[in-house]
Design a protein around this ligand. Structure first.
Ligand code: NAP
Length: 307
């Protein structure tokens, strides 16, 4: 067997990097698999205004670059590859990355969550051909065009407000009358003259020509009537799902696939800890993920000491 690490961290958002910062300062020499798309969801965010310590706000990729540098400063080894599978059935645990096996006495999972899709008719056909889940990535393609944003949460409000920088008109489509978004985010969107609203409305199917999206058939969720809407682009912002596929059901999860922690941040397998959006169905903030990364690192360090 090759070298056995003290701790392997899987995932590189605020939770993973904070766990790396704490475990490296505890001299545990963490090995962190950051994934090809390292940095997590903040890499797809423009202005971060609610991370304490940045009164002027900071760009998402910039703060993640700082998180990474701080973890590296204390000796975290970072590999920008995706973990394909883990074997948690015996210790040391095995982590497989592109056919290569790594072994560790403990694991901290912080793989976060990824954007959900609607699953409406024809969606697959127009993914990346007019339908996106990331305004920060694709918004600039829609300069002076009309776009829609689907969702009623903070993400939808944020994406819609951001898209008004480029688009001539942004229509928010939400399946209920009431928004789920916070007051401040809703108000900001409501006060934006470029934003229009279609509440009590869902997407029945997507329409297009020559494989390029041109609109959708909408359904009024109150009276079930259909109507057509033409636009140039659509941004789906209906929340996220946890990234746990590589675990192959080796840990207890809830009905939605989020990892269930048993004692503090320890999962159903002793020595395996989880933190951030992969466990968090309630707060899902960068600051709470970072806080949980710190908790997982401390729990992990104490568990290693005791075992
Ligand atoms: P969310 O709060 O779960 O909201 C998802 C929205 O999508 C809801 O309005 C929901 O409708 C709708 N939705 C879900 N499934 C749908 C479907 N199949 N068809 C149509 N609509 C659907 O998710 P989020 O907006 O991504 O926010 C997640 C967390 O991140 C929240 O805690 C939020 O506060 C936080 N966040 C914060 C900021 C910020 O402060 N800057 C920015 C973004 C996100 P219903 O309301 O009917 O359920």
């Amino acid at each position: 067997m090759s070298q056995v690490h003290k701790v392997i961290i899987i995932g590189s958002g605020p939770a993973g990097y904070t766990a790396a910062l704490y475990t490296s300062r505890a001299l545990l020499k963490p090995l962190l698999f950051a994934g090809y798309a390292s940095g997590g969801q903040l890499m797809l965010t423009s202005d971060v205004e609610n991370y304490p310590g940045y009164p002027e706000g900071i760009m998402g990729p910039e703060i993640m670059s700082d998180f990474r540098k701080q973890a590296e400063k204390f000796g975290t080894e970072i590999v920008d590859k995706d973990v394909s599978s883990v074997d948690l059935s015996s210790r040391p645990f095995k982590v497989t990355v592109e056919g290569e096996d790594f072994f560790s006495e403990s694991i901290i999972i912080s793989t976060g969550a990824e954007a959900r899709w609607l699953g409406s008719e024809n969606e697959d056909q127009y993914k990346g051909r007019g339908i996106s889940t990331c305004a920060t990535c694709d918004g600039a393609f829609f300069k002076d065009k009309e776009v829609i944003v689907i969702g009623g949460g903070d993400s939808a409000m944020e994406e819609a407000t951001f898209l008004t920088r480029f688009a001539s008109k942004v229509t928010i489509i939400h399946r209920r009358e009431r928004l789920r978004a916070s007051q401040i985010m809703s108000l900001r969107a409501r006060e934006n003259p470029k934003i229009d609203w279609k509440l009590n409305t869902s997407i029945k199917s997507w329409t297009g020509s020559d494989n390029i999206l041109t609109g959708a058939v909408l359904t009024n969720t109150k009276d079930n009537t259909d109507s057509n809407l033409s636009f140039d682009g659509a941004f789906i912002a209906i929340g996220h799902q946890p990234i746990t596929g590589f675990l192959e059901n080796q840990l207890d999860v809830d009905n939605h696939g989020y990892i269930l922690n048993k004692i503090n941040t320890m999962t159903s397998v002793n020595g395996v800890f989880a933190c951030g959006d992969v466990v968090d169905t309630r707060y899902r903030q960068a600051i709470t993920a970072a806080g949980m990364g710190c908790m997982a690192a401390i729990d992990c360090e104490r568990w290693l000491e005791e075992n």
